[in-house]
Design a protein around this ligand. Structure first.
Ligand code: PLP
Length: 461
């Protein structure tokens, strides 16, 4: 199994190199050279067994089957629900796939718990240490902290927008007590945090010097690990039953994982609606073919407050017929002007890939949380509500809707209370974080300040 860059100017690499690097050296994203054909789960196959099989197919010879099974067993032992991604019925022909049973109550745990195991295993074997830097609009940071706290071979540096994430989200990152977890609160928004991370990776000497690595939504291991629950959903609903996935989307990593699952033969077809909030750059590209940078709007679903959906590059790469020249040119132009029109050679095929998008306003998100509470008694998180509302607006279909429930309501207690009048309590397994001491430093949102911090950290070990 080899991985190539969407921009075509980096050499192909193996699975571990792609995952440990995050971004490719040419600024592109790694994708498999060819998608492996993976058998659908047999009835009764456990989540861990399916995960080990799917991830082994993506890893190729890099990891043995037995080793992959151990990594998956360890990763998913931390989940409160043994099915990892259980389905619950939402309506006559609709289900919710609950992806929030991990240690930090968001779907990002599903991939991050695996990455934590993968990195520790790989770095131990290579006798290396790395500095992982990640930008978070809320849930990635907590999931990374949960996955890497106490890891022997990794220093984790998390950048979050100061005072723009919910207090509960912050607690999951800042209270691990682990010496290898470093939280930086930057005085700017998430897009600034993300662009600082990107610019750090653009400096090859620095990357080398501090052993820099990233676990943001673009990391291939995340996409691979997320494709597993699409496979288990298909198996649970019947191998050939048509499904339509509705995915609360920001950086589009979750949605892309569905596409990848389909490409590997794990789904009976492919139809996926990206449910987005008022930051709807993704809907704009899919509907109009225009990619333009805009300022971020605060919404009740902050983990989706994304204006440049990073994984879109992988989708456009496939739409272009894997034309890395076209992708490099497109993203070069976008970096210059922040506003580009997709060429017809990409726009046409993009419209036939099975993706669509629906925008849900801030007001409609809260109304949807109220509606679901009234109809089912469930408190759902605002991100999930964007998904269920998008599902209710979708054209009637014979396919069964699967709405991905991406976080636990208790992670956003203020919003849930505002919408429903009731404040959800944290599950007992998480209450430890509430009274614990927080560790974070406030820094200006400048690349230089973050760079300096990481250099000192690397020099000190
Ligand atoms: C990260 C996140 C999303 C968006 O996922 P992407 O892969 O970035 O599209 C949606 N909901 C929640 C709760 C999240 O944490």
């Amino acid at each position: 199994m080899k991985y190539v860059s969407t921009r075509g100017r980096s050499a192909p690499v193996d699975f571990l190199t792609a995952c440990l690097a995050g971004l490719a050296p040419d600024g592109g994203l790694y994708v498999p050279e060819t998608y492996p054909r993976i058998a659908r789960p047999e009835p009764g196959e456990s989540y861990v067994a399916t995960a080990a099989r799917v991830l082994k197919a993506f890893a190729g010879d890099a990891i043995s089957e037995a080793e992959m099974t151990v990594l998956c067993e360890k990763a998913y032992a931390s989940f409160a629900h043994k099915s990892v991604a259980p389905l619950v019925q939402l309506g006559p022909n609709a289900f919710m796939m609950e992806l929030h049973h991990g240690p930090t109550l968001a779907f990002k745990d599903v991939a991050m718990q695996f990455i934590g195991q993968l990195y520790d295993w790989a770095l131990e074997r290579q006798g290396r240490r790395m500095t992982i830097v990640c930008a978070t609009s809320g849930d990635t940071g907590g999931a990374a902290a949960g996955a890497f706290a106490g890891s022997r071979n990794v220093d984790l540096v998390i950048l979050h927008p100061h005072e723009r994430i919910s207090p509960v989200q912050r607690l999951f990152m800042t209270t691990t007590g682990a010496e290898n977890v470093h939280n930086l609160a930057l005085e700017g928004d998430f897009d600034v945090c993300q662009s600082i991370v990107k610019s750090l990776f653009a400096e090859a000497g620095f990357v080398e010097e501090v052993g820099l690595s990233g676990v943001n939504s673009i990391n291939w291991a995340r996409i691979a690990a997320q494709s597993v629950y699409y496979a288990t959903a298909q198996a649970a609903m019947g191998a050939d039953h048509p499904l339509r996935f509705i995915v609360p989307s920001g950086n589009m990593g979750d949605a892309l994982a569905g596409y990848v699952a389909a490409r590997c033969g794990l789904l009976s077809g492919f139809e996926l609606i990206c449910a987005v909030n008022e930051n709807d750059a993704l809907r704009q590209v899919l509907d109009t073919g225009r990619m333009s940078r805009s300022t971020t709007i605060a919404t009740p679903s902050p983990a989706m407050d994304i204006t440049v959906p990073s994984n879109l590059e992988r989708v456009l790469y496939e739409a272009s017929g894997r034309n890395s020249e076209a992708i490099a040119a497109l993203y070069g132009a976008f970096a210059q002007s922040g506003d580009v029109e997709l060429p017809d050679t990409i726009k046409g095929p993009l419209g036939c890939m099975g993706f669509s998008a629906t925008t849900i306003s801030n007001g409609d998100t809260l109304a949807e949380m109220r509606r679901i509470k009234a109809e089912t008694g469930w408190a759902i998180c605002p991100h999930t509500a964007v998904g269920t509302q998008a599902a209710s607006r979708a054209p009637l279909s014979t396919a069964t809707d699967i709405v991905l429930s991406t976080a636990h309501a208790a992670k956003f207690p203020e919003t849930v209370e505002e919408a429903t009048g009731e404040r959800p309590g944290l599950p007992t397994r998480c209450v430890g974080a509430l009274g614990a001491e927080e560790h974070f430093s406030v820094l200006p949102a400048e690349q230089g300040a973050v760079r300096e911090y990481i250099l000192k950290l690397a020099a000190g070990r």
